[in-house]
Design a protein around this ligand. Structure first.
Ligand code: CLF
Ligand code: SF4
Length: 525
């Protein structure tokens, strides 16, 4: 089967990639989310390698592999960046949440790219990004189709990079159908991290998600297709585990189709050695033209997503910081700098791949990480006894693990659960900037409030009078006094103060409501 044949398959019958629906929340019409870059072009429970596990939680050789991988370590994602190169356009299956024909360069959504690259172009781009962004430590191939439905281009890119940029970790994302055929190749190029998108382990569920697969030179439909897919995914996962490749499983949560079923998926993948399980919300906006988008299939709310993720705690490690990236994303997970590295720009750049400079920069990052961990430990020591109370706080950050973003400039808020026992990262919420060219955009405020409606406070470096009043009126406390402090320390300190005010009777604790997940929001002003 040639790549050309796969391309033809797609053009003939690839109706659609991902999106979100409109939902009424708090009286406001909001979009709720579809899938990710690693969602095979788009999905992790023990609470958390993907969340907050550190060197004490795993063998040293495993920590060495994950410590600066922004997807495999929640802590690392504040400091280290990844990039994707779009060398894999074809796909060998069809998912009802996928339409790779739709692209908006201001949007972050899996399966979409602005430019497809040859392996040579991709390698040049990686070296250019590595010389400009020394904290870029991971190169992933995540589409826009399936990395293993385009094996020549995928492995040629990895082959060259292994030689030319030996300090960069290689990462691959696949739907798993072709995986058992390529495990040897994956090991040959030291690809230490593989993601498989697994949305079901029951063909009865699978036939509602996958209309067809292309396997053994034939298109196969319905339950038979889902049966073959699940068998190949499980076999591929077992083979990778045996070879010591760290494997992450991405799952797209599709309400009414696989929501509770994902708990079974979590158990099945943990039993086969998955390192992480990343449960992501469906994106299904009608404008993306996906089957789910056009049929009105909605994505989950923030509470629905958290409930399924929480129900999977104790299974495979959970990842909750996925940004459902584009197949050509560049930068920290919460940002996208792909517009700075188009083919034309890369051609003009003088690329100097300076390994010493990269290492020196990364040493500075490690010093900052150590300071962050020490600040968190000190704040926890000062915490009163844990009485079981938990609240969510939203944080505006530009990276480095600090509260360092102005409310009006935030394009996402990171959400932390704070309790007497510490903090846990539970996700992020994308929003439109409130501040547009120096002025507050009042129209954006209701959607921001809706996005963090389940939070008791929002920690920012600065906030204007108008949004401050509106947030207070909505029951969310705007907090500036921890500007530029480390996030966990700031959240723990705010929570201690909050409980003091409660104890003194100055405030009354009110439960919060649900919040809307808005994926596919703009990533650049
Ligand atoms: Fe890319 Fe995926 Fe590798 Fe990360 S993304 S191939 S593991 S380097 Fe990461 Fe993006 Fe989520 Fe994927 S945030 S979509 S989990
Ligand atoms: Fe789209 Fe193929 Fe990825 Fe499914 S596996 S999301 S159809 S590219």
């Amino acid at each position: 089967m040639t790549n050309q044949t796969y391309e033809t398959e797609i053009n003939m019958a690839h109706p659609t990639a991902s999106s979100s629906t409109l939902k009424l929340l708090g009286g406001i019409k909001v979009e709720v989310a579809a899938p990710s870059a690693c969602v095979t072009s788009g999905g992790a429970g023990k609470s958390s390698c993907g969340s907050s596990a550190g060197p004490g939680d795993m063998p040293p050789e495993i920590w060495e592999k994950v410590k600066n991988h922004p997807c495999y370590s929640e802590e690392a994602h504040h400091h280290y960046a990844r990039m994707h190169v779009a060398v894999a356009p074809a796909c060998n299956i069809q998912c009802n949440y996928c339409n790779r024909k739709y692209d908006c360069s201001n949007e972050s959504r899996p399966g979409v790219v602005s430019q497809k690259l040859t392996p040579d172009q991709a390698v040049k781009k990686v070296l250019a990004v590595a010389s400009e962004i020394p904290q870029m430590t991971v190169l992933g191939i995540a589409g826009p189709g399936d990395a293993l439905a385009n094996p020549k281009k995928t492995f040629e890119t990895f082959r060259q990079l292994q030689e030319k940029a030996p300090d960069i970790k290689l990462c691959l994302s696949t739907n798993g159908l072709a995986l058992p055929d390529y495990v040897d190749e994956i090991c040959r190029y030291n690809i230490d991290h593989v993601t498989i998108t697994i949305n079901m382990v029951d063909p009865g569920v699978g036939e509602k998600i996958y209309p067809w697969i292309f396997y053994n030179h034939k298109r196969i439909h319905g339950r038979e297709a889902a049966q073959i897919l699940t068998e190949r995914q499980m076999l591929g996962l077992e083979m990778l585990t045996k070879r010591g490749v760290l494997t992450k499983v991405n799952s797209v949560l599709i309400p009414g189709i696989n929501d509770r079923h994902l708990i079974e998926v979590n158990k099945a993948v943990k039993a086969r050695g998955a390192f992480l399980h990343n449960i992501m919300p469906l994106i299904s906006e009608a404008e993306h033209g996906t089957v789910f988008g056009l049929s009105g299939q909605r994505g989950p709310t923030a509470q629905e997503l958290k409930e399924v993720q929480d129900a999977c705690m104790g299974g495979a490690n959970l990842m909750r910081h996925c940004r459902q990236c584009r197949a050509d994303a560049v930068g920290l997970l919460g940002e996208d700098r792909s517009n700075e590295f188009t083919l034309e720009q890369v051609e003009k750049m003088e690329v100097v791949y300076d390994l010493d400079k990269r290492r020196a920069y990364q040493q500075k990052v490690e010093a900052e990480r150590a300071a962050q961990a020490a600040a968190k430990a000190a704040a926890l020591d000062a915490q009163p006894v844990d009485d079981g109370m938990k609240v969510l706080v939203a944080v505006a950050t530009r990276g480095n693990g600090r509260v360092n973003e102005h409310f009006g400039h935030a394009h996402e808020f990171q959400i932390y659960e704070v309790s007497g026992s510490g903090t846990a990262f539970i996700g992020h919420r994308r929003v439109d900037h409130y501040c547009q060219g120096g002025w507050g955009e009042d129209d954006a405020l209701p959607s921001i409030v809706t996005a963090i409606n389940d939070c008791h406070a929002v920690l920012v470096s600065k906030i204007g009078a108008c949004p401050r009043d509106e947030l207070k009126a909505a029951g969310i406390e705007p907090v500036e006094r921890y500007a530029h402090e480390f996030i966990e320390k700031a959240a723990i300190s705010w929570f201690a103060e909050y409980r003091e005010r409660l104890a003194k009777g100055e405030i009354v604790h009110q439960p919060r409501g649900d919040a809307a997940i808005r994926q596919g929001a703009r990533v650049a002003a």
